[in-house]
Design a protein around this ligand. Structure first.
Ligand code: NAD
Ligand code: UDX
Length: 470
């Protein structure tokens, strides 16, 4: 296979494809990169001259797009053309959990992967390197290889010469909200494969900005499995600390102090042990479910049950928060106004996939609460989609409750009985409690599920406070 890559195509212009290729383009001005997608609106947004309207909010991303777009970074719906012209093709399409059929609720749905592989098989030139960027079940590279090579069967391709493909696994470890920094300074780059020159070609791209020592090469299956395992380990830490947060509340210990003390052990480390309303995001739940599915498939019942528990604690944490809010507000929130601060699954992103806010808001509305939701980056349309089937502000049924999007903390707090902080946005750290307390109905409550607000000041202005793990 080739060693020098001049043209790259990335299939999938989402949260991974967009930022990853932007950082590639920024560091490799000598490579032409085309990011393609079937979603025309998404491509239009990537091409929007107004950089505040890019489809994804990531700190630092707009500046890179400004520098590279139209030079060596292009966004297009012409999938065929860009597959045909490329030396290396990244598959960065969505791999959500299956919602029906075999493996429903656990296995990853690989239909978008299969479609991409068929497109590559049909349109790519000979000697193309195909890179799995999406997170995939272990041994998917086998399936991709089979689909790619199907073009070589006589019935499919009577005239054209045989095409050679190699498949590499190059999982992405970026976290949303810090994607640009993670891509620019990764802890490691993982490349799995069995063709040395293809591995060297991909490595050669990363070497433009990443040190050789940080690039780890393994066999295909280790690479695929490492990605699932890394996400499972990270999620497990969050379920571990969240389980202890409940014990802190019961015993008088303080979760922040416990996390600090535990994290100072260098074997444990102090990253990724912040208690909260449960992990969200598009990856953790689906990747652990996939791990569980794989364990079941290979008959590893005990291992499967072990990982299942990480998800169960996560669900429990979210339900627990709703129950606490209702109990503190005298056992009923029917017809009460509640301010929801933060809807994204974490700060510094506009992504709401699997956000704990979705389930908590749905439950509170079902309890009869009237929610006023504010998030600095998530828009009303997205919230409407996430809370679908639930009444909006025009609903007159007082038994069920409703929700309304507002554009400031102040507006959310007007006449509210409670404020719930669900995302750790910076602007929630320095709320002016003197001002906000006057807007709320008394007795007023603050529920801080992210441990970010100045609770002592809130108490000073007469607000009752519940903070997670305290
Ligand atoms: P996404 O849904 O944001 O983007 C995927 C894009 O692929 C969509 O725009 C979709 O229209 C497009 N697409 C699907 N099929 C296509 C086809 N046949 N041709 C062209 N375009 C097609 O998903 P994402 O968050 O970017 O995740 C992509 C993959 O990366 C997943 O496997 C995910 O698990 C993995 N991953 C995600 C993250 C993250 O933080 N979001 C981090 C690491 C890995
Ligand atoms: C995750 C992985 O971190 C990343 O390596 C992988 O590529 C994709 O999945 P992401 O989901 O974007 O990234 O964000 P992450 O920072 O991992 O947060 C996931 C969830 O865990 C968020 O809801 C976050 O609020 C929560 N979290 C994180 C905690 O509750 N406590 C923590 O200490 C860290």
């Amino acid at each position: 296979m080739k060693s020098e890559i001049k043209k790259i195509c990335c299939i999938g212009a989402g949260y991974v494809g967009g930022p990853t290729m932007a950082v590639f383009a920024y560091n490799c001005p000598h490579i032409q990169i085309n990011v393609v997608d079937i979603n025309e609106d998404r491509i239009k947004s990537w091409n929007n001259p107004d950089l505040s309207l890019l489809p994804i909010y990531e700190p630092g991303l707009a500046a890179i797009i400004k520098k590279c777009r139209g030079k060596n970074l292009h966004f297009s719906t012409d999938i065929k053309k860009h597959i045909q012209n490329s030396d290396m093709i990244f598959i960065s399409v969505n791999t959500p959990t299956k919602t029906k059929g075999i493996g429903k609720g656990k296995a990853l749905d690989l239909k978008w992967i299969e479609k991409s592989a068929r497109q590559i098989s049909n349109y790519a030139k000979n000697n193309t390197i195909v890179v799995e960027k999406s997170t995939l079940p272990v041994r998917t590279a086998d399936t991709i290889k089979k689909i790619l090579e199907s073009v070589n069967t006589k019935e499919q391709n009577p005239k054209i010469k045989r095409k050679n493909f190699t498949v590499l696994s190059n999982p992405e470890f970026l976290a949303e909200g810090s994607a640009v920094d993670n891509l620019q300074n990764p802890d490691r780059v993982l490349i799995g494969g069995d063709d040395d020159s293809s591995i060297e070609a991909l490595k050669g791209i990363y070497l433009n900005w990443i040190k050789n020592e940080k690039i780890l090469t393994t066999n295909l299956w280790s690479s695929e499995l490492s990605k699932l395992t890394a996400n499972a380990f990270l999620a497990q830490r969050i379920s571990s600390i969240n389980s202890i947060s409940a014990l802190c509340e019961a015993t008088g210990a303080d979760i922040k102090e416990v996390a600090l003390a535990v994290g100072m052990d260098s074997r444990i480390g102090n990253n990724f042990i912040s208690a909260g309303p449960g992990f969200g995001g598009s990856c953790f739940k689906k990747d652990i479910l996939n791990l569980i599915y794989l364990c079941d498939y290979y008959g590893l019942d005990k291992v499967s049950k072990y990982w299942q528990q990480v998800i169960e604690i996560n669900n429990w944490q979210r339900e627990r928060i709703t129950n606490i809010v209702v109990n503190k507000l005298f056992g009923t929130i029917s017809d009460k106004k509640i301010a929801i601060l933060g809807f994204a699954f974490k700060a510094n992103t506009n992504d709401t996939r699997e956000s704990p806010a979705i389930l908590i808001c749905k439950d509170l509305i079902e309890e009869g609460g009237n929610l006023r939701i504010y998030d600095p980056k998530v828009n009303s349309k997205q919230i409407e989609k996430d809370l679908s089937c639930i009444q909006n502000q025009n609903n007159l049924d007082k038994e069920i409750g409703n929700w309304k999007f507002v554009n400031s903390i102040e507006k959310a707090s007007e006449d509210a009985d409670g404020i719930i902080i669900l995302t750790e946005w910076d602007e929630f750290k320095n709320i002016n409690w003197s001002k906000i307390s006057q807007k709320m109905r008394k007795p007023s409550w603050l529920f801080d599920t992210r441990l970010v607000s100045n609770t002592n000041e809130a108490k000073l202005f007469g607000i009752d406070v519940w903070s997670l793990g305290n």
